[in-house]
Ligand binder design. Sequence first.
Ligand SMILES: C[S@@+](CC[C@H](N)C(=O)[O-])C[C@H]1O[C@@H](n2cnc3c(N)ncnc32)[C@H](O)[C@@H]1O
Length: 223
Amino acid sequence: MNKLKKTITIDDPSNWLSSGRVTDYLNRIDHIPHRKEGESVLLELLPDSTRRILDLGSGNGRLIKLVKKRFPLVHAVAMDFSPHMITELKREFSSEETVLVVKHDLNDRLPNLGKFDAVVSSFAIHHLTHLRKKEIYFEIFSILYPGGIFCNLDHISSSSIKLKQYFRKAMKRKPVNTEHEKRLSNLNVQIRWLKEIGYVDVDCYWKWLEFALLIGFKMDKNP
Ligand SMILES: C[S@@+](CC[C@H](N)C(=O)[O-])C[C@H]1O[C@@H](n2cnc3c(N)ncnc32)[C@H](O)[C@@H]1O
């Protein structure tokens, strides 16, 4: 056996490169508890002036499709690193000239794609390390227009053991995926990062146990 070959285990976040993980996720995509509540708050908070959005870790394009229902004319960039998700995205948006699909690993610096009114993400950024999350929050800030919004609907760490146990029970999650859990960041820490970077009106705009919607705005030049 080639010892240098990377072994992908269930715990490995790069498991998104396997078709099994992708299929498993896509089969339960509509059954993730309370996600629709978080998504609807995210959609509600997007400014009416939104014309161009970037979606980080787009999966099969679920969030872009929701945004386009509210803003049919919006131009979107869908970004993911999984070849299987890229195939899904290309199939989904094959007839959509307003959606650009970009293959990119979020562990690497965001590519230059111009500026955006909104950068959104759902259940993807938690796969990054704590350090990379803070870096990417900074990179997002730099590509937002003044007045722009960053919305991250994501999986965060529990603030207590009891809450964690309740979440696992609600999610019917067994066994515990330790690598995945280690990547989950604390809500208040992430709010602090966003404020330190310069985002304003930063808060958790919706939360259910370990799912939270973090939002921050880039201050408008002419408020
Ligand atoms: C749980 S799915 C969420 C997909 C979609 N945003 C949704 O809400 O249904 C996580 C997505 O993040 C992507 N992802 C995970 N790590 C990534 C990375 N390092 N770079 C780019 N995409 C990543 C996966 O390929 C997958 O599509």
